[in-house]
Ligand binder design. Sequence first.
Ligand SMILES: [Zn+2]
Length: 447
Amino acid sequence: MAGKLRSAGYQVQEQEFQYLFFQDLEGSVLEKTSPGSVSYALSNEFGVIGSTAPGDVTAAIQAVGLNYQPSDYPPPPLPGQDPLPVPGTAGCTAADFTSFTAGNIALIQRGGCPFVQKANNAVTASAAGIIIYNRGDLGGLPNATLGASYTNNVPVLEATYALGSDLRNITGIKVHMVADVSRGTITTYNILAETAGGSPDNVIMVGSHLDSVLKGAGINDNGTGSAAVLETALQMAKVKPVNKVRFVWWGAEEDGYGGSTYYLDHLSDAQLATIKLYLNFDMLGSKNFGRFVLNGDDAGLPSGSKAITTLFQGFYDQFGYTSKLDDQTRWNRSDSAIFAYRQFHIGKTLINGIPIGGLTAGYDELKTAAEVELFGGTAGNPYDSCYHNACDDINNVDYDLLGLNADAVAYATLQYAMNTVKFNGQKGKGNFKQTQPLNTKAKGFFQ
Ligand SMILES: [Zn+2]
C-alpha cells in the first residue's frame, strides 16, 4: 500500500507505534469447587473480558454491591423517547469494597460505570480474581472489554446475569477461574499519505482501518473501506487540491482504536486545529447491507458533522439510492469516535472534537423489517453474518454496493479537497461541480 502511494507521488509516512495486544485463547474455565463441583459453559454462561490479564485462581467468591433483577429495570424506551436511568453502581467506588476480604474473587454486577473502573477498584481491594456479570435486564454475556488502560495482573471474567446471581446466592462458594488469554506489547503502523499541495492550515483527513481481527482475513471489515480509500487516493494523485488531503490507514483499530488514538495523541493543539474534518469508512460491502450515513446531528458530535451527513445523503439521492441516517452508536465503534471526542485548545478556546462523517454498510447488528423495505435483504439477519469471523473473506462482499460506496468516498473527498466553506468559510476555486458523478472509473473496480 505504501509503495503504491509513493509511486503515485504521495508523501508517505509509516508511523510506528506499540500497543497492548490482547487475544482470547478460548480455553478459559469457570467451575465451582465447593460446595459440590459444577463446570460452567464457556461462551454461554461466562467468558473473558477484553484486555484481562491471564490468570488461574481458586478462591472464595465475595459479592460486591447489590444485585438487581429484571423487574428492577425500567422498560425499554419507545421510539423517540430517552431511556430511563437504570439502577446499579456495584463496585464503582472504593467504598463498595470496605468489607472485602483480600484474596477473594470479587463478584460484581454490571452497571453505573465502566467495567475497567469496577475491575481497578477490586484490584485495589486485593481481589485475586474478578467476575463481572450482566445487568438483570440484559440477556446473555456482556461481551465487554476493559480497554488497554487495564494493565493490572488480576484476571477478569464476565458472566450472564443468570449465572452471576446464582453464584452470589451459594453460601460458602469457592470457584476455580482461568482467564486463558495472551496479553502483551506489539509493534504496528499507521500509513499516512498526503497531497504535496493544498493548504496545510486546512487539512481534510480520509481514513479507514487496515487491520483485522485474528479470526479472519477481514475483507469486508475492513479491506473494503481501505481499498476504497486507496483507490480514491490513487485516482486523485494528479488532482491539485485547494486543501491538503491526508489519507490514512489505521493500525490496531480492532484492539481499541490504537492507531487513531496514537496519531492524535502525538499531534500538538496547533496541528489538531489544522484538521477541519475526518471521514471514516468501515465495512462498505456488507452483504445484507444498509446504506448508512452517520447522522452528524446527533448530540455530542462536533458541529460541522451535519454538513457531511447532508453531502452523503445528497450523493445517494442524486443517483437514486435510498439511505438511512445512522446514530452515533455504530460510529463509536470505529476510529471516527477518536476524532469526534478529541478535545484541544485554539488559544484559550476549548474545541470539542473534529467534525466527522462517513458511511458504512452495517456491522453485526440485525437488519430490521423497515430496513428491508429500504434496502432489500433479510430481516433478522446481521448486516454482515461473517463479522469478525473466518468467513470474512473475498466472498463476503457485495461488490456492486462497494463500487457505489467507493464512488461516494471519492465524491466526498474531492468535494472537501476543494472546498470547506461549510466548515470555516474557506471557499474553493470552483473546479468542482456537485451535480456530476465523480471517479466513475472507481465504480466496479473490485469486480
Ligand atoms: Zn471495522
